[in-house]
Design a protein around this ligand. Structure first.
Ligand code: TYM
Length: 333
């Protein structure tokens, strides 16, 4: 079976709707015909300061619980914590040595993420982060990498590095394809709908966390920024707020945007937002309960993750051995 791989950073107490609709929901669909590898990117998490080790460790578990609660099946998918598979960091080094400085510099996420404190205040890890991501991916030789739009550039770098390695050392890597669903590739901030929903930059009212109290999420939907037109119509340029809500509504219910436009024609925003708030509450209420239930047995969660890491290592160690051999490192003993 062809493989699929993706990762998510365990950097907050809950995933948000951008993570879910943009990425992890698509992961579910790969469990039947693919061999999936999904991981919590804790190595990536420390590219910015994580002040409390206990919190980081706990967030990896909370993240795993959320993946299982949304339907990732530990039997069919290898779910693991990145730091428990040392091959990621090891291949990362080799790929760093194949990456040009200018090439790394072109990554727009570094520019965005270092904008606040300034480049000088950022870690080198934040700068080389996309190269580690390339290693995450290439170790498993996946066909698809399901992600949101903001990861597209990292996928392009990954393909460039794979190609470079293949030319220089003979073919070792498969060129992975990004799997980015157009409709939900970029879910926006509810209060600033021209910007993406993001744990680092969104205002509290602009971001809906899956583990928020359902009543809090409903309130956020009802107070989302729209426009003065009072017409439920999809138009990203002129009506970014309404369009964002339509995207979320459509993704959660399966109704097409056109159907929704018809349904709310001539009604203003009140009932549209109220219904969407109900849809969101119906989704997050059982999700939250399942996640909290899974978190009652941390030992069991950890055991699932360790068995996921074992399955991952079986693949990753082979790829790394192959790479080390081609590069000219001494044979293992
Ligand atoms: P992260 O943790 O920031 O986000 C996880 C996934 O959620 C998607 N996403 C969004 N999609 C739509 N709209 C949004 N507003 C939104 N916000 C986030 C992201 O595109 C991502 O798919 N570098 C990655 C983690 C990573 C990874 C990998 C991913 C590390 N190694 C290897 C794939 C393959 C990241 O920081 O995602």
């Amino acid at each position: 079976r062809p493989r699929v791989l993706s990762g998510i950073q365990p950097t907050s107490d809950s995933f948000h709707f951008g993570n879910y609709l943009g990425a992890t929901r698509q992961w579910l669909g790969f469990q039947d015909e693919f061999e999936p590898f999904f991981f919590l990117a804790d190595l990536h998490a420390i590219t910015v300061e994580q002040p409390d080790p206990k919190v980081l460790r706990k967030r990896s578990l909370v993240s795993a619980a959320q993946l299982f609660a949304m339907g990732i099946d530990p039997e069919r998918s290898a779910v693991f914590i990145q730091s428990q598979v040392p091959e990621h960091a090891q291949l990362g080094w080799v790929l760093q040595c194949l990456t040009g400085f200018g090439e790394a510099r072109r990554m727009t996420q570094f520019k965005d993420k270092s904008a606040k404190g300034g480049e000088g205040a950022s870690s080198v890890g934040l700068f080389t982060y996309p190269i580690l991501q390339a290693a995450d991916i290439l170790l498993y030789r996946p066909q698809y990498v399901p992600v949101g739009e903001d990861q597209r550039q990292h996928l392009e770098l990954t393909r460039d590095l794979a190609q470079r390695f293949n030319t220089r050392y003979k073919k070792a890597f498969r060129l992975p394809e990004p799997y980015i669903l157009k409709e939900t590739a970029k879910i926006n901030d509810l209060q600033a709908p021209e910007k993406k929903m993001s744990k680092s930059s969104s205002t509290p009212g602009g971001i809906i966390f899956l583990l928020d109290e359902p009543s809090v999420s409903a309130k956020k939907i009802k107070s989302a920024v729209t426009d003065s037109e009072a017409e439920v119509r999809f138009d990203e340029e002129h009506k970014p707020g309404v369009s964002n809500l339509l995207s979320i509504y459509s993704a959660l219910t399966g109704d097409t945007i056109e159907d929704l436009e018809k349904k709310y024609a001539g009604q203003g925003y009140g009932s549209f937002k109220g219904d969407l708030a109900d849809v969101v509450v119906d989704f997050v209420t059982p999700f939250r309960a399942r996640t909290l239930e899974l978190l009652e047995d941390e030992a069991h969660l950890m055991a699932l993750l360790e068995s996921g890491a074992e399955r991952a290592r079986a693949v990753a160690s082979k790829t790394l051995a192959d790479v080390y051999e081609r590069v000219g490192f001494a044979a293992p003993f």
